[in-house]
Design a protein around this ligand. Structure first.
Ligand SMILES: *Cc1c(COP(=O)(O)O)cnc(C)c1O
Length: 366
């Protein structure tokens, strides 16, 4: 049982479950944050309390991911989707092209949003012909050594495919949309030019984007644009060029502290591996009752799409799982079937409850 009776086992793809301890702390601090007599949402981001909190959140993220000193951390707005457009604006001049690896829904969307801001989008590899059930083999990528950057999506949230290593792309800066796998395991940040993530999967509430960018990339002229779009301006103003998402930043900070209390990303990474292994084992061991469509080597630890042997049972499965307190298991409409998202805040116990339910369901509806 969950310690709080009214809390469900939440497998939402996003906005997703947050750690209970984070929510409880935010609840305790809601009316009187940090001795201020007001909530964190009701005070100036220029005040001493907020500035200290913001700096601590950045320091904690830096320590969690061992972010090297030559990288700037930004706390931005707009969601990952806005940055699909803003990244080419900042990193590419009007005459530049950039390479994109398309491995699912989100990387395809990144291509379409970038198209207006690049001379050419070079789709260097695509898994579309394989229905995004596996990753395009590295040997097949048609990379352009002159590209402004290479963009890829290490974890595809909808199709449930994940890169289990960082592709070598030579000297061209590697840009990664880590919205659904940031902080899920240790990461060698030095391999990347730019990492960005919408917060609502593994960090906090929606409306916040965390970006880690190598400082030399802030020097790129990009194209003419308003100050508000320029990452270098955000960096020069400590992500307070205008009023930031103060609530999101605060909750992100609480999540970073929670991650540290769990033992950091190495411990969380082991836990995530165990969670995913358990679910895939039950799927693979079900004698075809449940199926994972994704090639085993590309299976995501964070998002697990699966189907039932008979789609006519989908509605019953969803109805019964919800009645058992297991929510948000309906798959994305692009893929169908079910999807369980197993982000950091989803406990091993939650996955045990889910797999026990699945096995019981298979027995009852054999
Ligand atoms: C959820 C998600 C997005 C979209 O994020 P928004 O904040 O809605 O713009 C982009 N990329 C990935 C990998 C995602 O999981």
């Amino acid at each position: 049982m969950q310690s709080h009776v009214s809390r469900v086992w939440n497998f939402s793809a996003g906005p997703a479950a947050l750690p209970l301890a984070v929510l409880e702390r935010a609840q305790r601090e809601m009316l009187d944050w940090n001795g201020s007599g007001a909530s964190v949402m009701e005070q100036s981001h220029r005040g001493k309390r907020f500035i200290e909190m913001a700096a601590q959140a950045e320091a904690d993220l830096r320590s969690l991911l061992a972010i090297p000193a030559d990288y700037t951390v930004l706390f931005l707005q707009g969601g990952a989707t806005q940055h699909f457009a803003q990244i080419p604006m900042n990193l590419a001049g009007a005459g530049d092209s950039a390479d994109y690896i398309v491995s699912g829904h989100w990387s395809a969307k990144a291509v379409s949003e970038a198209a207006s801001y690049l001379r050419r989008v070079n789709v260097a590899a695509s898994g579309e012909a394989d229905h995004y059930l596996k990753l395009p083999a590295r040997e097949s990528w048609q990379l352009d050594p002159q590209a402004a950057y290479v963009h890829y999506t290490p974890n595809e949230t909808i199709h449930g495919v994940e890169f289990h290593d960082i592709p070598d792309v030579g000297a061209v800066p590697l840009v990664a949309d880590m919205s659904s796998n940031i902080l899920s395991e240790p990461l060698d940040v030095s391999r990347f030019g730019l990492i960005y993530a919408g917060a609502q999967k593994n960090i906090g509430p929606s409306g916040l984007v965390v970006m880690i960018i190598r400082r030399d990339l802030l020097q790129r002229a990009g194209r003419p644009m308003a100050r508000i779009f320029r990452y270098a301006e955000h960096a020069a103003n400590d992500s307070m060029l205008n009023t930031p998402n103060t609530w999101g930043w605060y909750l992100a900070g609480l999540t970073f502290q929670w991650l540290q209390q769990q033992g950091g990303v190495a411990v969380i990474g082991e836990r995530n591996r165990a969670k995913a292994e358990l679910l895939y084992q039950v799927i693979d061991g079900s004698g075809g009752y449940y199926r994972s469509p994704v090639e085993p080597s590309a299976r995501s630890r964070m998002n697990v799409p699966f189907t039932l042997h008979d789609a006519a049972l989908d509605t019953t499965f969803l109805k019964e799982s919800e009645a058992a307190g297991l929510i948000a298991l309906k798959g994305h409409k692009a893929v169908g079937g079910m999807r369980a998202s197993l982000y950091n805040a989803v406990s091993l116990e939650a996955v045990q409850v889910l797999t026990a339910f699945m096995q019981d369901f298979a027995r009852r509806h054999g």
